[in-house]
Structures are given as C-alpha cells and as structure tokens.
Design a protein around this ligand. Structure first.
Ligand code: GDP
Ligand code: ZN
Length: 458
C-alpha cells in the first residue's frame, strides 16, 4: 500500500523543553531535507542516526530553529515507512513554526491516530496492539499504564492467535470427517470436538474473568455508595475524594441525586457514585432519581452500603441489603463516635461473606481499613502475579462473549447429536469473532472509527 507523507507534533502540548515533530511517509526524508542545513544531506545519512543542524527557510535563508533530526528508514520504524523526527528545543511557538514549514514543503497534517493507523495497515502491529496504544494514551494510573504496555507487547494477540489455531485444527478435523463419513470416525470426532470446544470455552472464560479487572483499570471501578438518608454517604464520598488524589475532573458532575468522583485508592481507580436513598416513592421527580440509583446499582462493580450505628437496623436497611446481597459489597457501619444502637456482631453473623468496616467519618476513623478492604478485594494475588493478560477494552469483551456464545452453540449442537457441519458453522463463527479482536475480518469503517480516537501525533 502506498501512502502520502504525514506530519504532526508528537509530544504533549506545552510540556517539557523539547518538542518533536514526527514525519512519516515516502517523502519524509526529502521534505525535511528541503529545510535542513547540517554537515550532510539527510538523504545520504545512515538509517537510525541522529543529526545536529538548523532548519532554515529555503526562500529567505532565515534560520527557523536549532534541531536534532532522527532519520529512520523503512521498514524498521513505527509506521514501517520512512520516519523523520525533528527535535526542537523551543517552546510551543517554535515547534508550531517547524511543523508549518514541514507542511508547507510537502507533508500533510496527520489525522489523530494516523501514525498508529499506518503501523496497523502496514502490518507492523495488529488491532489489539493499536487499541492498547489508545489505552496507553488514556491510561489514568500506573497500573493501567502497565496493563496497556503488556497489551502493546502483544500478549493478548498471542493468546487469541493460539485459540484461533485450536479452532482451525478443529475445523480441519471436521473437514476430514465430512470427507470420510464412516460411523466410527464420527464417534471419535464427537468426542474430540467436545473436548476442543470445552477447552477453548474455558480459556475464553478465563480471559473474560480477567476482563473484569481490565475494565476496572481502564475506566475506574464503578463504586456505588448507598444507604438511608443521613447515614453519611456524602461524607464518605468527600472523605475518600479528599484523602486520595482525584483522577479525572472533566466528568459530568452533579445531577439531582447522583454525584460522581474519580479517585485512586491504593492503585485502584474508583468511580465513586453517591446515590440518593433507594426507596419506594410517589414523587415522580424523586422516583426518577431512585430509578437512576437502581440503574447505577445494576452497573456497579462494587457497593459501599453505609449504615448508621447510632440507629437501630431498619426495614429500609434490610431492603438495601437484600438488593445488593449478591453483589460485591462492603458494609460500612458509620458514626461509631455515637452511642451504638445497632448490633454489628449480629450483622456479621448474618452476612459472614461481606467485609464489615466500622467508621467514624467525623473523627476520621476507619478510612484506612476501608481503603485496604477495597484494595484487597481487587488486587490480592491477581494483579501481583504480573503475567496475566488483561482484557481492558469493551469491544474485546463483547467479541469474547460472542465467541463464547458460538462455542456454547457448538457444544449444544454436539449434545443434540446434530451433524458435524452444523457444529462447523458455530466453530467458524467463534473463529471469526476472535479474529475481529486482532484485526482480521474488520471492515474499513471499524478501522476508521477506532483510529479516530487517537491523539494527534501518535
Ligand atoms: P447522607 O445523607 O447519607 O449523604 O449523609 P451525610 O454525609 O450528608 O451526613 C449526614 C449527617 O451525618 C451530617 O450532619 C454529617 O456531618 C453527619 N456525619 C457523617 N459522618 C458522621 C460520623 O462519623 N459521626 C457523626 N457523629 N456524624 C456524622
Ligand atoms: Zn448525601
């Protein structure tokens, strides 16, 4: 495939003393050569070498900027095209000036993500790696960054490729059976197919299980704070937000009764959501709020259910507990600075599987224990392992689920004793769905949509 030559500022705007303009494409070296004055013409230098010099206006001879120019020839480059990187140590104004000259002398301004798109289209990286670059750009915490790095290295791709190989072998086996349909071959085949399908299904399920964590890492763990009015929900949200660095600020904020805050608790990014009390009501406006709370609950990864130790356990508390008993929930008994009217021992007995934290937000007690409990719930054992592949992308998760469904269909068909060519269709579909994760069988528009998410210069 032949492309034109593109250029963009590749370093974050307004950060650091050095800025880089990246140029990629067949004319990259020629374009910069028109502006560059140094010991040698760039067209004559070795690949992957750095050169000191100046950029000058070819018409007036005026010096534009003192530069270091890196020349990298195809194919050992990020885009697999000729790439030139111009390092200028001026600020924003001078880097823009350099970019403008490069654009004036033959390059086109790159669209967001276009460098990475080319890396993908030129076969340098596969789609899941490209998406991991998007994640890298957006990574909000160190952990998310590590996760994204791993994906760049292609762990997920390797795994998916292996699964697809298994499925291809299975399909090949079916072909043989269809060509030689003797009875006993059929018998063996059924057994073989079932085992293969069970195996692939298990691996997909494992990936999906880690996906739960991947999702957390990427967007923050959706954490709903619920409880009756006045138990201290807002106080808890404020305490957590105050103690921990807020991660994101440009998230739509307050609604009538749902307040959101992004915080980083011991490496776990949380999206805290303070909900209105969830109760039956006649008031329409309030009911909408309550509806929203129920919705929040449904989507939540973690529930913090707050109770007030200074008041006896109420029917409402019970109703809330019933509502969340099957979700990942931490019970918080607040206001321990007051006279206790709530039997926490009894609560522990009845809900032995739920972590229970006693707090006095007013006296700043118990917050450490709560933070530890949150970190434990998500990080104990799993993340420390360091060699897991995390799926951190909702498109991947959806495709994995579809692939899993197809495998389940295949297994059901086998169970019913349907002919193998029916099974074949399902297995093929699973193979295609997995292929979409790494960029096989993707339509042009999907590619465009994905790459338009990139920042400029990447
Ligand atoms: P929400 O309605 O559940 O959001 O509760 P708020 O966070 O608005 O708190 C209700 C009241 O309880 C406020 O007056 C808080 O100052 C108070 N409060 C919160 N935490 C504590 C605590 O640990 N001890 C005491 N004594 N009061 C608290
Ligand atoms: Zn509140």
């Amino acid at each position: 495939m032949e492309f034109d030559t593109i250029a963009a500022i590749a370093t974050p705007m307004g950060e650091g003393g050095i800025a880089i303009v990246r140029v990629s494409g067949p004319e990259a070296i020629a374009v910069v050569d028109k502006l560059y004055r140094g010991r040698k013409k760039l067209s004559t230098v070795d690949s992957h070498t750095i050169h000191y010099g100046h950029l000058v206006d070819p018409q007036t001879g005026e010096r534009i900027e003192e530069v270091l120019v890196t020349v990298m020839r195809a194919p050992r480059t990020y885009t697999r095209e000729d790439v030139v990187e111009v390092n200028c140590h001026g600020g924003l104004v001078s880097v823009r000036r350099v970019l403008n000259y490069i654009l004036k002398y033959g390059a086109r301004l790159a669209e967001p993500g276009e460098f990475t798109k080319r890396a993908f289209l030129n076969g340098r990286i596969d789609l899941s790696q490209a998406e991991a670059v998007i994640d890298l750009i957006r990574a909000k915490t160190d952990r998310a960054m590590k996760n994204a790095m791993k994906q760049v290295e292609g762990r997920l791709s390797k795994l998916i490729k292996r699964l697809r190989q298994e499925l291809i072998e299975t399909l090949a086996h079916i072909e043989v059976t269809i060509d030689y349909p003797e009875h006993d071959v059929e018998e063996v085949t059924q057994q073989f197919l079932r085992e293969k399908c069970e195996q692939v299904k298990k691996e997909i399920e494992h990936l999906l299980a880690t996906a739960e964590q991947g999702k957390i890492l990427r967007e923050g763990l959706k954490t709903a704070i619920i409880g009756r009015p006045n138990v201290g929900k807002s106080s808890l949200l404020n305490a957590l937000a105050h103690e921990n660095r807020a991660i994101v600020t440009d998230i739509p904020g307050t609604t009538r009764d749902v307040l959101e805050e992004y915080v980083n608790v011991r490496g776990v990014p949380l999206q805290l959501i303070d909900t209105a009390g969830i109760r039956e009501t006649e008031d329409v406006v309030e009911r909408i709020g309550v509806e929203r709370s129920r919705q929040v609950l449904k989507e939540a990864d973690l529930i913090l259910l707050v109770l007030n130790i200074a008041e006896p356990f109420t029917e409402e508390d019970q109703a809330l507990l019933d509502l969340v008993k099957d979700m990942k929930t931490i019970l918080i008994v607040n206001k321990t600075d007051l006279e206790p009217k709530l039997d926490t021992d009894q609560l522990k007995e009845r809900y032995p599987h739920l972590p229970l934290i006693k707090m006095s937000i007013k006296e700043e007690k118990g917050l450490d224990e709560l933070e530890q409990a949150i970190a434990d719930l998500y990080f104990k054992g799993d993340i420390e392992a360091g060699d897991m592949t995390y799926v951190s992308n909702s498109r991947h998760i959806a495709l994995l689920n579809e692939a899993k469904q197809s495998i389940e269909d295949a297994l059901a068909a086998l169970e019913m004793g349907l002919p193998v060519d029916v099974v074949q269709i399902d297995i093929r579909k699973a193979w295609e769905k997995l292929g979409e994760i790494i960029g096989d069988n993707v339509s042009e528009s999907l590619i465009d949509q994905l790459f338009s998410q990139f920042c400029l210069g990447k």
